[in-house]
Design a protein. Structure first.
Length: 210
């Protein structure tokens, strides 16, 4: 079976879409965001396509494209759409690795009392947890790690995004007993070339398959 990884975050807006673009490029993977909430401007799939320089055949179309930039359950309600999380099944990528990007954090509601973590638990795929390095990330990271372990979801490791903060990074790694995959610095200007260079300097492809 080909490598399949779920990229999730401790919160929304921490940079997991940029991380997913870099990871898809590094692994030569297909990319899939099952639920897109917010269609104004560049969507996450479009961002990953551009920054990861992915060809159209490496993009798995979203199953739900919701107009309102909000939690999927709220966006779906506004759009008059019912999300059937039980029917969101893993796509066939023809043997190519797959990077799946979640929506917000683990406890984001999808429909009714179904949370994003419920879908990840059903898939039984390893997770990369993206965490910022700013104040508050220790609490958010440890809570996310605890939630994943409670569901017996495999944690491939934690990827930090932001400025170097060794004390915070060490605390999360040691208290959470989780593997550190690397740290992606904030990139300015953010171009495909700059992301590829930073990603190759910060991460090793082999760490995502073991």
């Amino acid at each position: 079976m080909s490598l399949r990884i779920v990229v999730t975050g401790t919160d929304t807006g921490i940079g997991k879409t940029v991380f997913a673009a870099g990871l898809s490029d590094l692994l030569g993977a297909n990319y899939w965001k099952p639920i897109q909430a917010g269609l104004e401007g560049e969507t996450d799939t479009e961002t990953v396509t551009r920054l990861g320089r992915l060809s159209p055949d490496r993009i798995v179309p979203e199953l739900y494209r919701l107009r309102t930039p909000a939690s999927p359950h709220q966006s779906a309600e506004i759009d008059g759409v019912r999300i059937n999380a039980a029917s969101i099944n893993l796509p066939d990528t023809g043997g190519r690795p797959l990077v799946i990007e979640g929506a917000g954090g683990l406890m984001v509601p999808l429909a009714g009392d179904t949370l994003y973590i419920d879908m990840i638990e059903r898939w039984q795929l390893p997770v990369v947890l993206c965490a910022g390095t700013e104040l508050g990330t220790i609490n958010h990271s440890l809570l996310s790690i605890e939630a994943l372990r409670k569901r017996q979801i495999s944690i491939l490791g934690i990827a930090f995004i932001g400025e170097r903060n060794p004390e915070t990074q060490t605390a999360i790694r040691e208290i959470g007993r989780v593997r550190w995959l690397g740290r992606l610095p904030r990139i300015s200007p953010l171009t495909p070339e700059a992301l590829q260079s930073a990603f190759k300097s910060s991460f090793r492809a082999d760490d995502f398959s073991s």
